[in-house]
Design a binder for this molecule. Structure first.
Ligand code: XLS
Ligand code: NI
Ligand code: NI
Length: 436
């Protein structure tokens, strides 16, 4: 029986449509900068928010009405939920989804039983993938909910918690491979600390690197060829997360020899929590060759925690897509809606409204970013700003033809630096507004 009988497949109806369950801008087949939108955007649904999010917050329990859920979770319930998830994704028209191991199947009394539960549901996920053609963008392991990970997983003070995490990721990698997952994500969960007095930071970070190396080695052993991704987040749940932001993660990967194996999965709201913009994080990653994938959501600046709302701000999606186009696209990564409907939006249909709005916002952002790039005004302002490096002493410095002594001679002769030119920030902002 269908869970959403009142919803037909969501279609592109164009900007004039008044139908709330239609796309106004997302036309999967429309070509933008040489690729169909579907390939540029690579949308993915996050299983944990959309199918496991109950709507609880620190002040009250869940509010979501989900008629397909039984009061008690079980493998049977998880299988029913998986079928509903695929009905939802198929009607929505997203090509990908992502999950944590514990989102899709319940934990058992022992690791062996938990693995059996997972296998039973993965069988159904595989069937549904084959039926619909929907693919797994990435798999990951939940190494933060169970109290055994109270002190972290890969950075726990308890060696057994570390060992359990390794066993769990081993299985998650096998499952991701089985389902043809194109990436595998490490998000720190509780990998960080609350109090330095009881923390051996160096040892914990060394352990995190050991853990990632073991994952990379095991992936090679079983022939999993997906891209590994590390997801920066500065706080929550711990006060000091070891994966603070793009720069911190890149430094960690390089320091421990993981840079060839792992790229970054950048999340909008995590960037904000780190005091950055998402485009800053994308630029840090992209310019250093670490841009892997995006967790698309947004926070609420007045609330200040990881509210994971659906992105609807066109200016935001434009900036994100501008960065994506600049770095030649996201594949094998994608745009994963790591986003949830708010506690007050508790009816099943709200899941459609949220995703349709997010997809349309990104489609518009993509088209606007492509138009800005095609126009070229901002690009030429940017290159004019650096013109002094294109010839003369600038070009010589970049070519390695100078040292401190020769530059002193140059400046002593010249007397003073050439005058600066305006940065034209307001002009640039005005140009962007012409396209919004
Ligand atoms: C939490 C993270 C999480 C990861 C997957 O804040 O965003 O959802 O994306 O573990
Ligand atoms: Ni995320
Ligand atoms: Ni997050």
């Amino acid at each position: 029986m269908a869970a959403f009988p009142e919803v037909e497949k969501i279609r592109f109806e164009g900007p004039g449509s008044k139908n709330p369950l239609a796309f106004r801008y997302y036309d999967a087949a429309e070509v933008v900068e040489g690729k169909p939108m579907e390939e540029q955007l690579r949308f993915s649904m996050a299983y944990w928010h959309t199918f496991r999010g109950a709507g609880s917050d620190p002040f009250g329990p869940g509010t979501m009405i989900r008629p397909w859920e039984a009061p008690q979770d079980s493998v049977e319930n998880a299988i029913r939920r998986a079928r509903v998830a695929f009905e939802f994704m198929e009607k929505l028209g997203v090509p990908f989804y992502c999950f944590h191991d514990r989102d899709v199947a319940p934990e058992g009394a022992t690791l062996a039983e938990t693995n059996r539960n997972l296998d039973a549901v993965v069988k159904v996920l595989k069937e549904e993938q084959q039926r619909t053609g929907i693919r797994l963008l990435w798999g990951t392991a939940n190494l933060f909910s169970n109290p055994r990970f109270v002190h972290g997983a890969a950075t726990s003070c308890n060696a057994d918690s570390f060992a359990y995490a390794c066993a769990q990721v081993k299985k998650a990698l096998e499952v991701t491979k089985e389902l043809g997952g194109v990436n595998y994500v490490f998000w720190g969960g509780r990998e960080g600390y609350q109090n330095l007095w009881n923390t051996d930071m160096k040892r914990e970070i060394d352990h995190l690197a050991r853990f990632m190396h073991m994952a990379v080695d095991y992936a090679r052993e079983i022939g999993f060829t997906g891209q590994f991704l590390f997801e920066p987040k500065p706080k929550e749940p711990t006060k000091h997360q070891y994966d603070f932001d793009s720069a911190t993660c890149i430094n960690f990967l390089r320091a421990y020899g993981l840079e060839k194996h792992v790229k970054l999965n950048i999340e909008t709201n995590h960037a904000t929590l780190a005091g950055h913009t998402v485009e800053h994080e994308l630029e840090v990653a992209g310019s250093q060759g670490f841009l892997g994938s995006i967790d698309a959501n947004t926070g609420d600046l007045l609330l200040g925690w990881d509210t994971d709302q659906f992105p609807t701000d066109i200016y935001l999606t434009t900036r994100i897509m501008h960065a994506v186009l600049k770095y030649g696209g996201l594949a094998p990564g994608g745009l994963n809606f790591d986003a949830k409907v708010r506690r007050e939006s508790f009816e099943p249909i709200d899941l459609f409204h949220a995703h349709v709005g997010g997809m349309d916002a990104f489609a518009r952002g993509l088209k606007i970013a492509a138009a800005i790039r095609a126009d070229g005004k901002i690009a030429s302002l940017l290159s004019e700003r650096y013109a002094s490096w294109d010839g003369g002493v600038g070009a010589e410095i970049e070519a390695g033809k100078h040292d401190f002594k020769s530059l002193e001679t140059y400046m002593l002769q010249k007397g003073d630096a050439a005058p600066n030119v305006s940065g034209r920030q307001e002009l640039i902002e005005n140009i962007i507004n012409l396209y919004l």
